[in-house]
Design a protein around this ligand. Structure first.
Ligand code: GDP
Ligand code: MG
Length: 453
Protein backbone atom coordinates (compact mmCIF):
# COMPACT_ATOMS: atom_id res chain seq x y z
CA UNK A 1 0.00 0.00 0.00
CA UNK A 2 1.38 3.39 -0.97
CA UNK A 3 2.06 5.52 2.06
CA UNK A 4 -0.02 8.68 2.09
CA UNK A 5 2.00 11.77 2.78
CA UNK A 6 1.16 13.50 6.03
CA UNK A 7 -1.05 16.52 5.44
CA UNK A 8 -2.12 18.84 8.20
CA UNK A 9 -5.67 19.99 8.78
CA UNK A 10 -6.46 23.07 6.68
CA UNK A 11 -7.58 26.17 8.59
CA UNK A 12 -10.86 27.77 7.50
CA UNK A 13 -12.21 31.28 8.16
CA UNK A 14 -15.84 32.35 7.65
CA UNK A 15 -16.44 35.76 6.07
CA UNK A 16 -19.34 37.80 4.69
CA UNK A 17 -21.71 40.70 5.31
CA UNK A 18 -23.20 41.31 8.74
CA UNK A 19 -26.34 39.26 9.50
CA UNK A 20 -25.90 36.99 6.49
CA UNK A 21 -25.28 34.04 8.83
CA UNK A 22 -21.58 33.65 9.65
CA UNK A 23 -22.04 32.94 13.36
CA UNK A 24 -25.05 30.69 12.71
CA UNK A 25 -23.09 28.69 10.16
CA UNK A 26 -20.23 28.15 12.59
CA UNK A 27 -22.71 27.21 15.32
CA UNK A 28 -24.37 24.74 13.01
CA UNK A 29 -21.07 23.15 12.09
CA UNK A 30 -20.14 22.93 15.77
CA UNK A 31 -23.54 21.54 16.69
CA UNK A 32 -23.35 18.80 14.10
CA UNK A 33 -21.76 16.70 16.80
CA UNK A 34 -24.82 14.44 16.79
CA UNK A 35 -22.75 12.22 14.56
CA UNK A 36 -19.88 12.28 16.95
CA UNK A 37 -20.71 9.03 18.69
CA UNK A 38 -20.42 6.96 15.52
CA UNK A 39 -17.99 8.98 13.47
CA UNK A 40 -14.93 10.94 14.52
CA UNK A 41 -15.90 13.47 17.13
CA UNK A 42 -16.11 17.18 16.39
CA UNK A 43 -13.93 18.71 19.07
CA UNK A 44 -13.70 22.16 20.53
CA UNK A 45 -10.19 23.58 20.44
CA UNK A 46 -9.04 26.88 21.86
CA UNK A 47 -10.43 29.47 19.43
CA UNK A 48 -11.27 26.88 16.84
CA UNK A 49 -13.39 23.83 16.06
CA UNK A 50 -12.01 20.65 14.55
CA UNK A 51 -14.25 18.68 12.21
CA UNK A 52 -12.58 15.37 11.34
CA UNK A 53 -12.96 13.86 7.89
CA UNK A 54 -14.98 10.91 9.22
CA UNK A 55 -17.62 13.26 10.56
CA UNK A 56 -17.80 15.10 7.22
CA UNK A 57 -18.16 12.00 5.09
CA UNK A 58 -20.67 10.59 7.55
CA UNK A 59 -22.81 13.74 7.30
CA UNK A 60 -22.67 13.87 3.54
CA UNK A 61 -23.86 10.26 3.44
CA UNK A 62 -21.76 9.31 0.45
CA UNK A 63 -18.05 8.95 0.71
CA UNK A 64 -16.56 10.22 -2.52
CA UNK A 65 -14.50 7.59 -4.29
CA UNK A 66 -11.41 9.76 -4.60
CA UNK A 67 -8.93 8.96 -1.91
CA UNK A 68 -8.95 11.82 0.52
CA UNK A 69 -5.97 12.45 2.74
CA UNK A 70 -6.96 15.79 4.25
CA UNK A 71 -7.60 14.80 7.88
CA UNK A 72 -10.45 17.26 8.46
CA UNK A 73 -11.09 20.99 8.77
CA UNK A 74 -10.16 23.42 11.54
CA UNK A 75 -12.62 26.33 11.70
CA UNK A 76 -11.49 29.54 13.35
CA UNK A 77 -14.31 30.44 15.78
CA UNK A 78 -14.11 34.20 15.15
CA UNK A 79 -15.79 35.00 11.86
CA UNK A 80 -15.28 38.09 9.71
CA UNK A 81 -12.68 39.43 7.35
CA UNK A 82 -11.08 41.35 10.15
CA UNK A 83 -10.14 38.05 11.74
CA UNK A 84 -8.94 36.81 8.38
CA UNK A 85 -6.56 39.71 7.79
CA UNK A 86 -5.42 40.02 11.40
CA UNK A 87 -4.55 36.38 11.86
CA UNK A 88 -1.36 35.91 9.97
CA UNK A 89 1.16 33.19 9.32
CA UNK A 90 4.54 33.94 7.77
CA UNK A 91 3.39 37.26 6.41
CA UNK A 92 0.28 35.83 4.72
CA UNK A 93 -3.13 34.82 5.97
CA UNK A 94 -3.37 32.16 8.66
CA UNK A 95 -6.53 30.72 7.09
CA UNK A 96 -5.86 28.37 4.20
CA UNK A 97 -9.41 28.61 2.88
CA UNK A 98 -12.58 30.59 3.46
CA UNK A 99 -16.35 30.40 3.30
CA UNK A 100 -18.02 33.60 2.10
CA UNK A 101 -21.58 33.65 3.43
CA UNK A 102 -24.18 35.48 1.34
CA UNK A 103 -27.86 35.76 2.23
CA UNK A 104 -29.36 34.35 -0.97
CA UNK A 105 -32.40 36.60 -0.58
CA UNK A 106 -30.36 39.78 -0.16
CA UNK A 107 -27.48 39.09 -2.49
CA UNK A 108 -24.16 40.91 -2.35
CA UNK A 109 -23.57 43.67 0.18
CA UNK A 110 -20.48 45.84 0.79
CA UNK A 111 -18.74 43.40 3.11
CA UNK A 112 -19.39 40.53 0.70
CA UNK A 113 -17.49 42.41 -1.97
CA UNK A 114 -14.75 43.34 0.45
CA UNK A 115 -14.32 39.71 1.54
CA UNK A 116 -13.96 38.65 -2.10
CA UNK A 117 -11.39 41.34 -2.81
CA UNK A 118 -9.34 40.34 0.21
CA UNK A 119 -9.45 36.66 -0.78
CA UNK A 120 -8.42 37.51 -4.31
CA UNK A 121 -5.47 39.58 -3.07
CA UNK A 122 -4.33 36.78 -0.78
CA UNK A 123 -5.01 34.11 -3.45
CA UNK A 124 -6.99 32.15 -0.88
CA UNK A 125 -9.34 29.44 -2.20
CA UNK A 126 -12.93 29.91 -1.07
CA UNK A 127 -16.49 28.69 -1.45
CA UNK A 128 -19.72 30.70 -1.41
CA UNK A 129 -22.47 29.68 1.01
CA UNK A 130 -25.70 30.93 -0.56
CA UNK A 131 -27.37 30.98 2.83
CA UNK A 132 -30.94 31.16 4.20
CA UNK A 133 -32.46 28.99 1.47
CA UNK A 134 -35.13 28.03 4.02
CA UNK A 135 -36.44 31.60 3.74
CA UNK A 136 -37.42 31.09 0.12
CA UNK A 137 -41.22 31.22 0.15
CA UNK A 138 -42.64 27.69 0.11
CA UNK A 139 -39.40 25.96 1.05
CA UNK A 140 -39.90 22.50 2.55
CA UNK A 141 -37.29 21.92 5.20
CA UNK A 142 -35.31 18.66 5.12
CA UNK A 143 -33.29 19.04 8.27
CA UNK A 144 -29.51 18.56 7.93
CA UNK A 145 -29.86 17.02 4.47
CA UNK A 146 -27.35 17.39 1.66
CA UNK A 147 -28.42 19.85 -1.02
CA UNK A 148 -29.42 17.36 -3.72
CA UNK A 149 -31.78 15.55 -1.34
CA UNK A 150 -33.53 18.68 -0.16
CA UNK A 151 -33.64 20.25 -3.63
CA UNK A 152 -35.39 17.16 -5.00
CA UNK A 153 -38.13 17.63 -2.38
CA UNK A 154 -38.96 21.19 -3.44
CA UNK A 155 -41.68 22.00 -5.95
CA UNK A 156 -40.83 23.42 -9.36
CA UNK A 157 -41.61 27.00 -8.43
CA UNK A 158 -39.27 26.90 -5.42
CA UNK A 159 -36.57 25.18 -7.45
CA UNK A 160 -36.94 27.90 -10.07
CA UNK A 161 -36.57 30.68 -7.51
CA UNK A 162 -33.44 29.07 -6.09
CA UNK A 163 -31.94 28.72 -9.57
CA UNK A 164 -32.67 32.35 -10.37
CA UNK A 165 -31.09 33.52 -7.14
CA UNK A 166 -28.00 31.37 -7.66
CA UNK A 167 -27.63 32.87 -11.15
CA UNK A 168 -27.90 36.36 -9.72
CA UNK A 169 -24.90 35.47 -7.57
CA UNK A 170 -23.09 34.01 -10.57
CA UNK A 171 -23.68 37.32 -12.38
CA UNK A 172 -22.40 39.41 -9.48
CA UNK A 173 -19.31 37.23 -9.15
CA UNK A 174 -18.72 37.54 -12.86
CA UNK A 175 -18.82 41.36 -12.55
CA UNK A 176 -15.99 40.98 -10.05
CA UNK A 177 -14.02 38.73 -12.38
CA UNK A 178 -14.82 35.33 -10.84
CA UNK A 179 -16.25 32.38 -12.75
CA UNK A 180 -18.70 30.50 -10.59
CA UNK A 181 -21.39 27.85 -10.74
CA UNK A 182 -23.63 25.86 -8.42
CA UNK A 183 -21.23 23.41 -6.79
CA UNK A 184 -22.84 20.24 -8.13
CA UNK A 185 -22.21 21.45 -11.67
CA UNK A 186 -18.56 22.30 -11.10
CA UNK A 187 -16.07 19.77 -12.38
CA UNK A 188 -12.91 21.86 -12.17
CA UNK A 189 -12.38 23.65 -8.85
CA UNK A 190 -9.46 25.56 -10.31
CA UNK A 191 -11.66 27.22 -12.90
CA UNK A 192 -14.90 27.79 -11.05
CA UNK A 193 -15.91 29.04 -7.63
CA UNK A 194 -18.46 26.73 -6.03
CA UNK A 195 -21.75 28.17 -4.82
CA UNK A 196 -23.38 25.93 -2.21
CA UNK A 197 -26.99 26.68 -1.25
CA UNK A 198 -27.24 26.34 2.55
CA UNK A 199 -29.34 27.03 5.58
CA UNK A 200 -27.40 27.66 8.74
CA UNK A 201 -30.69 27.31 10.58
CA UNK A 202 -31.88 23.93 9.29
CA UNK A 203 -28.48 22.46 8.37
CA UNK A 204 -29.46 21.91 4.74
CA UNK A 205 -26.41 22.00 2.46
CA UNK A 206 -23.96 21.98 5.38
CA UNK A 207 -22.60 18.51 4.49
CA UNK A 208 -21.97 19.76 0.95
CA UNK A 209 -20.09 22.87 1.96
CA UNK A 210 -17.81 20.75 4.15
CA UNK A 211 -17.20 18.29 1.29
CA UNK A 212 -16.44 21.13 -1.14
CA UNK A 213 -13.89 22.54 1.31
CA UNK A 214 -12.23 19.14 1.62
CA UNK A 215 -12.18 18.90 -2.18
CA UNK A 216 -10.65 22.36 -2.49
CA UNK A 217 -7.93 21.49 0.00
CA UNK A 218 -7.26 18.24 -1.78
CA UNK A 219 -6.88 19.80 -5.23
CA UNK A 220 -5.24 23.09 -4.41
CA UNK A 221 -3.31 22.75 -1.27
CA UNK A 222 -1.86 19.32 -0.70
CA UNK A 223 1.62 20.75 -1.25
CA UNK A 224 1.27 23.71 1.11
CA UNK A 225 -0.37 21.54 3.76
CA UNK A 226 2.45 19.03 3.95
CA UNK A 227 4.10 19.24 7.32
CA UNK A 228 6.83 17.51 9.15
CA UNK A 229 4.73 16.47 12.10
CA UNK A 230 7.69 16.39 14.44
CA UNK A 231 9.24 19.64 13.17
CA UNK A 232 9.46 22.68 15.42
CA UNK A 233 6.07 24.28 16.02
CA UNK A 234 4.93 27.52 14.39
CA UNK A 235 1.75 29.33 15.33
CA UNK A 236 -0.20 32.57 15.60
CA UNK A 237 -1.35 34.10 18.89
CA UNK A 238 -5.13 34.71 18.88
CA UNK A 239 -5.39 36.22 22.32
CA UNK A 240 -3.37 36.98 25.42
CA UNK A 241 -5.39 36.21 28.57
CA UNK A 242 -4.94 36.01 32.31
CA UNK A 243 -6.41 32.75 33.64
CA UNK A 244 -7.10 32.01 37.25
CA UNK A 245 -4.42 29.69 38.61
CA UNK A 246 -2.40 29.80 35.40
CA UNK A 247 -1.26 33.40 35.16
CA UNK A 248 -0.86 34.94 31.72
CA UNK A 249 -1.67 32.55 28.87
CA UNK A 250 -1.66 32.58 25.08
CA UNK A 251 -4.49 31.24 22.94
CA UNK A 252 -2.62 29.88 19.98
CA UNK A 253 -3.40 28.42 16.58
CA UNK A 254 -0.56 26.04 15.76
CA UNK A 255 -0.30 25.77 11.97
CA UNK A 256 2.94 23.84 11.58
CA UNK A 257 4.97 21.20 13.44
CA UNK A 258 4.69 20.22 17.07
CA UNK A 259 4.58 22.13 20.33
CA UNK A 260 5.42 20.35 23.59
CA UNK A 261 5.69 21.14 27.29
CA UNK A 262 9.24 22.25 28.02
CA UNK A 263 9.79 23.66 24.50
CA UNK A 264 11.68 26.91 24.22
CA UNK A 265 9.47 29.42 22.41
CA UNK A 266 9.89 32.88 20.88
CA UNK A 267 7.01 35.40 20.65
CA UNK A 268 6.72 39.12 19.96
CA UNK A 269 5.97 41.50 22.82
CA UNK A 270 5.03 45.18 22.76
CA UNK A 271 8.54 46.31 23.43
CA UNK A 272 10.74 43.38 22.64
CA UNK A 273 11.02 39.81 21.47
CA UNK A 274 10.23 37.40 24.32
CA UNK A 275 11.96 34.07 24.84
CA UNK A 276 10.42 31.65 27.31
CA UNK A 277 9.63 28.00 28.02
CA UNK A 278 6.24 26.23 27.77
CA UNK A 279 5.02 25.35 31.26
CA UNK A 280 1.76 23.72 30.25
CA UNK A 281 -0.49 23.15 27.26
CA UNK A 282 -4.23 23.19 27.81
CA UNK A 283 -7.25 22.04 25.84
CA UNK A 284 -10.87 22.84 26.70
CA UNK A 285 -12.66 19.95 28.30
CA UNK A 286 -15.43 18.26 26.30
CA UNK A 287 -18.95 19.57 27.00
CA UNK A 288 -20.13 16.44 28.80
CA UNK A 289 -17.39 16.83 31.35
CA UNK A 290 -18.30 20.42 32.06
CA UNK A 291 -19.16 19.60 35.68
CA UNK A 292 -15.57 18.75 36.41
CA UNK A 293 -14.03 21.59 38.33
CA UNK A 294 -11.11 22.24 36.03
CA UNK A 295 -12.03 23.82 32.72
CA UNK A 296 -8.92 22.69 30.92
CA UNK A 297 -7.26 19.41 30.26
CA UNK A 298 -3.46 19.25 30.26
CA UNK A 299 -1.66 17.67 27.34
CA UNK A 300 2.04 16.94 26.78
CA UNK A 301 2.19 18.04 23.16
CA UNK A 302 0.08 19.04 20.16
CA UNK A 303 0.56 18.76 16.40
CA UNK A 304 -0.67 21.19 13.74
CA UNK A 305 -3.26 22.28 13.00
CA UNK A 306 -4.70 22.86 16.46
CA UNK A 307 -5.97 25.54 18.81
CA UNK A 308 -4.26 25.36 22.19
CA UNK A 309 -3.74 27.42 25.33
CA UNK A 310 -0.11 27.96 26.30
CA UNK A 311 0.96 28.80 29.83
CA UNK A 312 4.50 30.06 30.34
CA UNK A 313 6.44 32.64 32.34
CA UNK A 314 7.12 36.14 30.95
CA UNK A 315 4.05 36.35 28.69
CA UNK A 316 3.07 39.88 29.79
CA UNK A 317 3.01 42.23 26.83
CA UNK A 318 2.77 39.58 24.10
CA UNK A 319 0.82 41.10 21.22
CA UNK A 320 -2.26 39.42 19.78
CA UNK A 321 -1.47 38.33 16.25
CA UNK A 322 2.16 37.71 17.13
CA UNK A 323 3.96 34.74 15.62
CA UNK A 324 5.13 31.98 17.97
CA UNK A 325 8.08 29.78 17.08
CA UNK A 326 9.63 26.79 18.78
CA UNK A 327 13.42 26.72 19.09
CA UNK A 328 14.94 23.30 18.44
CA UNK A 329 18.65 22.83 18.28
CA UNK A 330 21.21 25.58 17.85
CA UNK A 331 19.21 28.01 15.68
CA UNK A 332 17.97 30.20 18.50
CA UNK A 333 19.22 33.51 17.09
CA UNK A 334 17.80 32.65 13.70
CA UNK A 335 14.35 32.02 15.20
CA UNK A 336 14.45 35.29 17.16
CA UNK A 337 15.33 37.11 13.92
CA UNK A 338 12.47 35.38 12.08
CA UNK A 339 9.95 36.48 14.67
CA UNK A 340 11.30 40.03 14.67
CA UNK A 341 11.05 40.11 10.90
CA UNK A 342 7.54 38.79 10.79
CA UNK A 343 6.17 41.50 13.06
CA UNK A 344 7.95 44.28 11.22
CA UNK A 345 7.48 42.93 7.78
CA UNK A 346 4.45 44.86 6.59
CA UNK A 347 4.16 44.11 2.94
CA UNK A 348 3.33 47.60 1.78
CA UNK A 349 4.96 49.21 -1.20
CA UNK A 350 5.74 52.81 -0.34
CA UNK A 351 6.33 55.74 -2.71
CA UNK A 352 7.88 59.19 -2.19
CA UNK A 353 4.61 60.70 -3.20
CA UNK A 354 1.37 59.20 -1.91
CA UNK A 355 -1.35 59.17 0.71
CA UNK A 356 -1.01 58.17 4.36
CA UNK A 357 -2.80 55.07 5.57
CA UNK A 358 -3.64 53.93 9.08
CA UNK A 359 -5.28 50.73 10.38
CA UNK A 360 -5.75 48.98 13.69
CA UNK A 361 -3.64 45.90 12.93
CA UNK A 362 -0.77 44.90 10.67
CA UNK A 363 -3.02 42.57 8.73
CA UNK A 364 -5.67 45.22 8.17
CA UNK A 365 -3.04 47.68 7.01
CA UNK A 366 -1.72 45.20 4.54
CA UNK A 367 -5.18 44.33 3.24
CA UNK A 368 -5.87 48.04 2.66
CA UNK A 369 -2.53 48.61 0.96
CA UNK A 370 -3.00 45.61 -1.34
CA UNK A 371 -6.33 46.98 -2.46
CA UNK A 372 -4.85 50.46 -3.01
CA UNK A 373 -2.12 48.91 -5.10
CA UNK A 374 -4.80 47.32 -7.24
CA UNK A 375 -6.28 50.80 -7.76
CA UNK A 376 -2.83 52.24 -8.50
CA UNK A 377 -3.06 54.63 -5.60
CA UNK A 378 0.36 55.35 -4.12
CA UNK A 379 1.05 55.24 -0.41
CA UNK A 380 3.73 57.37 1.22
CA UNK A 381 3.39 56.08 4.76
CA UNK A 382 1.58 53.17 6.39
CA UNK A 383 1.28 52.67 10.12
CA UNK A 384 -0.72 50.80 12.74
CA UNK A 385 -2.67 52.86 15.28
CA UNK A 386 -4.87 55.97 15.42
CA UNK A 387 -4.40 58.99 13.15
CA UNK A 388 -2.04 61.48 14.84
CA UNK A 389 -1.41 65.20 14.58
CA UNK A 390 1.86 64.37 12.89
CA UNK A 391 0.00 62.47 10.15
CA UNK A 392 -2.13 65.53 9.42
CA UNK A 393 0.89 67.83 9.22
CA UNK A 394 2.67 65.40 6.96
CA UNK A 395 -0.35 65.10 4.67
CA UNK A 396 -0.56 68.89 4.62
CA UNK A 397 2.97 69.34 3.36
CA UNK A 398 2.91 66.75 0.61
CA UNK A 399 3.78 68.34 -2.76
CA UNK A 400 0.84 67.04 -4.76
CA UNK A 401 -2.46 68.09 -3.09
CA UNK A 402 -4.19 65.07 -4.67
CA UNK A 403 -2.32 63.02 -2.07
CA UNK A 404 -3.16 65.24 0.89
CA UNK A 405 -5.36 62.52 2.35
CA UNK A 406 -5.32 60.05 5.21
CA UNK A 407 -7.25 56.78 5.09
CA UNK A 408 -8.14 55.50 8.56
CA UNK A 409 -9.36 51.90 8.42
CA UNK A 410 -10.96 50.66 11.66
CA UNK A 411 -8.95 53.13 13.68
CA UNK A 412 -9.85 56.44 15.37
CA UNK A 413 -8.55 59.94 14.73
CA UNK A 414 -6.90 61.43 17.83
CA UNK A 415 -8.37 64.71 19.19
CA UNK A 416 -5.23 66.75 18.50
CA UNK A 417 -5.26 65.46 14.92
CA UNK A 418 -8.83 66.74 14.59
CA UNK A 419 -7.74 70.12 16.05
CA UNK A 420 -4.88 70.36 13.61
CA UNK A 421 -7.12 69.45 10.73
CA UNK A 422 -9.40 72.38 11.67
CA UNK A 423 -6.51 74.77 11.16
CA UNK A 424 -6.94 77.01 8.10
CA UNK A 425 -3.53 75.96 6.77
CA UNK A 426 -4.76 72.38 6.62
CA UNK A 427 -7.98 73.05 4.72
CA UNK A 428 -6.71 71.05 1.76
CA UNK A 429 -6.22 67.90 3.85
CA UNK A 430 -8.92 65.24 4.23
CA UNK A 431 -9.26 62.24 6.49
CA UNK A 432 -11.42 59.33 5.37
CA UNK A 433 -12.62 56.98 8.06
CA UNK A 434 -14.45 53.67 7.82
CA UNK A 435 -14.63 49.96 8.32
CA UNK A 436 -15.07 48.83 4.71
CA UNK A 437 -11.95 49.04 2.59
CA UNK A 438 -13.43 49.64 -0.80
CA UNK A 439 -15.80 52.32 0.47
CA UNK A 440 -12.83 54.15 1.95
CA UNK A 441 -11.09 53.92 -1.40
CA UNK A 442 -14.22 55.04 -3.28
CA UNK A 443 -14.53 58.06 -0.96
CA UNK A 444 -10.92 59.01 -1.54
CA UNK A 445 -11.15 58.58 -5.32
CA UNK A 446 -14.29 60.71 -5.47
CA UNK A 447 -12.59 63.46 -3.45
CA UNK A 448 -9.44 63.27 -5.56
CA UNK A 449 -11.27 63.32 -8.87
CA UNK A 450 -13.34 66.32 -7.76
CA UNK A 451 -10.08 68.11 -6.95
CA UNK A 452 -8.63 67.31 -10.35
CA UNK A 453 -11.29 69.34 -12.16
P1 GDP B 1 -23.64 37.13 11.13
O1 GDP B 1 -23.78 38.57 11.50
O2 GDP B 1 -23.17 36.97 9.71
O3 GDP B 1 -22.81 36.34 12.10
O4 GDP B 1 -25.10 36.52 11.12
P2 GDP B 1 -25.83 35.62 12.23
O5 GDP B 1 -25.33 34.23 12.17
O6 GDP B 1 -25.75 36.32 13.54
O7 GDP B 1 -27.31 35.61 11.66
C1 GDP B 1 -28.12 36.76 11.60
C2 GDP B 1 -29.58 36.37 11.71
O8 GDP B 1 -29.96 35.54 10.62
C3 GDP B 1 -29.89 35.58 12.97
O9 GDP B 1 -31.15 35.98 13.43
C4 GDP B 1 -29.92 34.15 12.49
O10 GDP B 1 -30.75 33.33 13.26
C5 GDP B 1 -30.46 34.30 11.09
N1 GDP B 1 -30.01 33.25 10.17
C6 GDP B 1 -28.72 32.92 9.91
N2 GDP B 1 -28.67 31.94 9.00
C7 GDP B 1 -29.95 31.63 8.69
C8 GDP B 1 -30.56 30.69 7.79
O11 GDP B 1 -29.91 29.93 7.07
N3 GDP B 1 -31.92 30.70 7.72
C9 GDP B 1 -32.68 31.55 8.47
N4 GDP B 1 -34.00 31.49 8.33
N5 GDP B 1 -32.14 32.44 9.31
C10 GDP B 1 -30.80 32.48 9.43
MG1 MG C 1 -21.85 37.14 13.89
Amino acid sequence: MAKKSKIRTPIVCVMGHVDHGKTSLLDKIRGSSVVSTEAGAITQHIGATLVPLDAITHMSGALSKVSVNVPGLLFIDTPGHHAFTTLRARGGALADMAIVVVDINEGFRPQTIEALQILRNYKTPFVIAANKIDRIHGWRVQKDQPFNKTFAQQNERVQGILETKVYELVGKLSDLGFNSERFDRVSDFARNICIVPTSALTGEGIPDILMVLVGLAQRYMTESLKVSADGPGAGTVLEVKEERGLGMTLDLILYDGTLAVGDEIVVAGNEEIIETKVRSLLKPRPMKEILIEERFERVRSVTAAAGIKVAAPKLDGVIAGSPLRVVRGPNRDEVVEQVRHEVQDIQVTLSDLGIIIRADTIGALEALSKELEGHQIQVMRAAVGPVTRHDVIEAGTIKDPLYSAILAFNTPVLPDAIDTLADASMSHVSIFEGGVIYQLIDDYVEWRDAKKQ
